[in-house]
Design a protein around this ligand. Sequence first.
Ligand code: BES
Ligand code: ZN
Ligand code: ZN
Length: 495
Amino acid sequence: MKITTKGLNLERIKADAYLLACFEDKKLLEESFNFLETNTGKPVDGLIKDDFKGKNSQLKSFYHAGRRFILTGLGKRKLCTLEILRCSTARAMKAADSNGNKSVALFLYDGELIDYSFEEIITGQVEASLLSLYKFNKYIHNKKDTPKDQINEIIFLTSQAKKRNVEKHINTAVIIAESNINARDLGNEPSNIATPQYVAGVINSYGKKYGFNVKTFDKKALVKMKMGCLLAVAQGSANEPRMVVMTYNGGKKGQKPYAIVGKGVTFDTGGISIKPSQGMESMKMDMNGAAAVIGTMNAVARLKLKVNLIGIVGLTENMPGGSAYKPGDIITSYDGKTVEVLNTDAEGRLVLADCVSYATEFKPKCIIDLATLTGAALIALGHTSTALISNNDELSEKLIKAGNDTFERLWRLPDWDDYDRLIDSEVADVANIGQGRLAGTITGALFIKRFVKDYPWAHLDIAGTGMSPKAGDYVPKFSTGVGVRLLTRMFKDSQ
Ligand code: BES
Ligand code: ZN
Ligand code: ZN
């Protein structure tokens, strides 16, 4: 994708489509039409003015003065949020894309919006532009019948072209969007390709390209380290597990690192507690937590944020097989606890237990784990919000704020001891599931909590938000890359 920034003089710009977001307010809408008329030297057809009122969700595509314009409505300015601006930008982009336009010029809204900074307004539109065009179509040979990747050039137009750091904001947004897309691509890659070994290889090349350190632990190393929980999940698979540790030091020397830990189950069959076959293909995305960690490392390193950051992903398949772990097995975690496996489908928490234990060795400022952990998160919150469980109010507030700012929203559930008791085992230190189906998202989280010592910790259950059953305006169907924009925002805010 070729991306450039230019001023508003249309004479100097050549594009297949020109996109402009307009408010519904009478005066502002008039100003938009006036702007088009002065810029093209021609009056806009009265019928177009009759049709297009700038309502939120309204789109109007037309030829005017030899160019194609696409107007997209923002609704009333007073009610316009950053998310409305993102979605309306995305809709215009998609419309241009399905028209078959190759190059588009987008008039960035560079005025004010209540509650949002100039940087947010610019980055919001740029992120939404790129994210809306995402397609996972690399395996389709005959792309004629599919929405192909048609737009290959975006020209961002702004009255502030050389002022107010506009280009810097655009670059930042491009990096964040591309990192989100890195995560989507990993999540969508099928599990016959995206094995633990493959994902570790991808991380290695990102580390080299974007400037962070990568250390990979293979099965032999994991056996030596006694990562008993991760190994138990992996033992039914022909593809061996990996743990990958990424290190980025952009902060001061000696400054405590943040640790982000991701569940990277490249395919979850459920193991011996096998899942129903209906919909099982979506379990190729059971590594969305790891994908979010990898995408965030990419973004933070490329943006050269002044933070120290450790990313850890536990990569394995969860397969039934002659050597698979079984219900009733008692396994020993990396930190020495015995774990009674009551359900082999509750594997994510086992993978994370060892990985977060390992994270504590870096004496981090906090540990944030991300996982497609429980179907119960989907039942409770749908695809709209990520479940947050944490032992720390300050960390929770920071995450919730970043969630609201990026619209990757979080909803906090309690981490009370009452729930913790549900995972006591009669025969081991802890059981890997609670009793019955009660509070499944919380008991899953509290299992992980038993391994974080006293570090400030937050668990993000992205089972609902990491995978989307249908496309939104800038969030695609299937793997969404959720977590990358959220975490990058939090780290950006806490430099
Ligand atoms: N990967 C699944 C959770 C999941 C389900 C994610 C649906 C996305 C969509 C996880 O490993 C799992 O199977 N969890 C079990 C836990 C249960 C056995 C306590 C679940 O949610 O049913
Ligand atoms: Zn499972
Ligand atoms: Zn799983």
